[in-house]
Design a protein around this ligand. Structure first.
Ligand SMILES: Cc1ncc(COP(=O)(O)O)c(C=O)c1O
Length: 389
């Protein structure tokens, strides 16, 4: 790492207008005054070691086909062990440009054509659409809202497994509700999967973004015990280190024959991971921890602000997400007779409508942005709701 970058202060307060980058998040709204809080990427500059690694390589400027290095795999394994106590073997690790493509491949490989694949909405929208693209049948078993909790509906899951579903597309921690699954819930899930001989594809992209100090992410493969070879896990630096635009996720596939099938199906269809993405991933896991710890503190504080302010507003409510930088806000289907997302957009805040996630009564708000921008957005939401009541 270069000396100037080592000395750099880490600040998440800087407001960075990302429109000039053709940012998907920032160019969605015609009105440039709308604060975009809808998409799941962060409005923060990446950690200095990542910038430095990419800068060194752009100076070198030779970008031929590149393999992931052993050192990269070692850095990922070390991160997973330190953060989550998970010992993965280097052979289990592979890479893919998009986690969504991994959900697609898992559906094709673990379920027969026309076979049933389970997911639990409300959920990140591609979980609901990818199985049809993979020519499998998506079965939605909604999470149950019990008091303040979101719970898996084990009765319905078992009924589906009994009917022959062979794959569960699982999101842990869960986007958008921010749930961290307990050991007990994972044990129950695995007892069912084992009974019916089914696979679990566990999307754990948000696993390093646990904000509640009393909660801990448990990798599905650990909870699986000796059933771990029936798991496929997706982790990656995209969410945690804000490099989703580089296109890289990490696959952990312990079963050798599944790895072989995976390679056979994906080879020539799924593109290689970009060389700069490998370098950024290595720098993130090997040298990004200082930035990461500061990020978690910042997000934790933003989460408290959102929860406190929403609790003071009429007509809407939310629970505290234990993980992710996403707040899942209950609105009801309309506010003043208008759908909630266009309602808040009119007042200058861009939020993600819940419909695509499977519940039109909610909006998703991304609080991974500079605090002053977040407060401005919350002020606008409060004013909007005050005007109608
Ligand atoms: C749970 C989850 N999985 C997958 C993705 C998308 O990953 P990728 O861009 O690697 O396809 C997201 C993005 O928000 C996500 O939240």
């Amino acid at each position: 790492m270069s000396d100037d970058l080592l000395r750099e202060d880490i600040s998440f307060d800087e407001i960075i207008d990302r429109r000039s980058q053709s940012s998907l998040k920032w160019t969605k709204y015609k009105d440039p005054d709308v604060i975009p809080l809808w998409l799941a990427d962060m409005d923060f500059r990446v950690a200095a070691p990542i910038r430095d690694a990419v800068r060194r390589d752009t100076d070198f400027a030779v970008w031929g086909y590149t393999l992931p290095s052993i050192e990269l795999k070692e850095a990922i394994a070390a991160w997973l062990f330190r953060e989550h106590g998970w010992k993965v073997e280097l052979d289990w690790i592979d890479f893919i440009p998009s986690a969504v493509s991994a959900l697609y491949l898992a559906s094709r490989i673990c379920a027969e054509p026309g076979g049933r694949v389970i997911c639990a909405p409300p959920i990140y929208p591609p979980f609901r659409t990818i199985t049809a693209k993979a020519e499998r049948v998506g079965v939605e078993i909604p999470l149950l809202r019990v008091g303040d909790e979101w719970l898996l509906d084990f009765e319905k899951i078992e009924a589906e497994l009994k009917l022959g579903a062979k794959l569960f597309l699982f999101c842990s921690p869960h986007n958008p509700v921010g749930k961290v699954y307990s050991r007990e819930e994972l044990d129950t899930l695995f007892s069912l999967l084992r009974r019916y001989d089914a696979w679990l594809c566990s999307d754990e992209l948000h696993s390093s973004l646990v904000l509640s100090k009393d909660k801990q992410h448990i990798p599905s493969a650990i909870a699986a015990g000796d059933y771990f070879e029936r798991t496929i896990t997706i982790v990656g630096p995209g969410k945690t280190f804000n490099i989703s635009g580089l296109g890289v996720s990490v696959l952990i596939i312990p079963d050798a024959s599944l790895r072989h099938r995976w390679f056979t199906v994906s080879d020539g269809v799924i593109p290689h991971v970009d060389r700069l993405a490998y370098l950024a991933t290595h720098a993130a896991y090997a040298e990004g921890r200082e930035w990461y710890l500061k990020l978690i503190d910042y997000l934790r504080e933003n989460r408290e602000i959102v929860a406190r302010r929403v609790a003071e507003m009429p007509h809407i409510s939310m629970h505290l997400p234990d993980a992710t930088y996403l707040a899942w806000i209950h609105t009801g289907e309309t506010i003043a007779g208008i759908k909630p997302a266009p309602f808040f957009e009119k007042y200058g805040v861009g939020l993600a409508p819940g419909l695509a996630f499977g519940d039109d009564n909610y909006l998703r708000l991304n609080f991974a942005c500079p605090r002053s921008l977040l407060i401005q957005a919350l002020d606008r939401m409060e004013e909007a709701l005050a005007r109608m009541s």
